[in-house]
Design a protein around this ligand. Structure first.
Ligand SMILES: [Zn+2]
Length: 263
């Protein structure tokens, strides 16, 4: 079975790194990404920075962390698809300059957003509009951390998808258990919304697939925090057909992220 891991953080804060499931995955060491892909039998990974500003606070706009992702994608373009962590509250000009640069310099394919950490509402188009205009222009996938109140909620995020029907959106974690039904409703209403199942309970993954479709969910491990072996096993114990497994393990991610399956 081919595998694309669609939710990979490039290491984490050094205060917690040693206590994660994959302590050897470290930002600035592209070989550690390849080792992780090989160990979980994955041909490809979608890679983005740690979600929060690292402690002590630095790299406020995540540019250094994004540059490290860019370096990894340039080193291994056939294995790694790079996504930039963006805080749109820096304003239209700074946000657009960063995205232009990432697309041009390292073929950035998506934008990771965590509104709760950066303090805005995903439906606020004064903040989100310039970023979403660029996502549409460059055909970038927009990935939301999803499932934490009050800002990272699926139905708030769905309002961005409603406003930009040509842009693909991913709600990570299927709304993180408490909001799984909000993620299901969002996907039922808007065809440009997808989810990844990183951290989701097996029953929640089943519920999503039976109420939406196996075409809209992709495998993601959420390394280094979670274990790829455990995340993969969740998909193998819920009675999916071979065809559904292929969709969830790689076909959907290849489509959503524009991964070249022949590479
Ligand atoms: Zn994550």
């Amino acid at each position: 079975m081919m595998v694309i891991d669609a939710h990979m953080h490039y290491g984490t804060d050094r205060t917690v790194a040693a206590h994660t499931c994959v302590p050897y995955l470290v930002s600035g060491e592209p070989e550690s990404v390849i080792r992780l892909l090989d160990e979980q039998g994955a041909s490809h990974g979608v890679l983005f920075p740690h979600d929060r500003r690292k402690t002590p606070p630095w790299d406020a706009d995540y540019h250094e962390a994004n540059a490290a992702v860019g370096e990894a994608t340039r080193r291994y373009p056939d294995r790694i698809t790079g996504v930039a962590r963006i805080d749109p509250t820096f304003g239209a000009q700074h946000t657009c300059e960063l995205i232009d640069r990432y697309v041009g310099e390292w073929n950035c394919r998506g934008l990771k957003l965590v509104a709760g950490y950066d303090f805005y509402r995903p439906k606020d188009m004064t903040v989100m509009g310039p970023l979403l205009d660029q996502a549409e222009q460059y055909d970038l996938t927009v990935l939301f951390h999803s499932g934490d109140a009050p800002r990272d909620l699926p139905y708030l995020q769905a309002q961005a998808a409603k406003a930009y029907p040509q842009v693909r959106f991913v709600l990570a974690h299927i709304g993180m258990h408490a909001y799984v039904w909000e993620a299901i409703l969002a996907c039922q209403e808007y065809p440009n919304i997808f989810v990844d199942m990183a951290q989701a309970y097996p029953f929640d993954i089943m519920t999503f697939i039976r109420n939406v479709s196996a075409d809209r969910v992709q495998y993601g491990s959420d390394v280094p925090y979670q274990s790829p072996r455990v995340e993969q096993e969740k998909l193998r114990v819920i009675g999916l057909s071979e065809e559904e497994l292929e969709k969830v393990f790689w076909r959907n991610a290849a489509r959503i992220w524009g991964v070249d399956r022949t590479a």
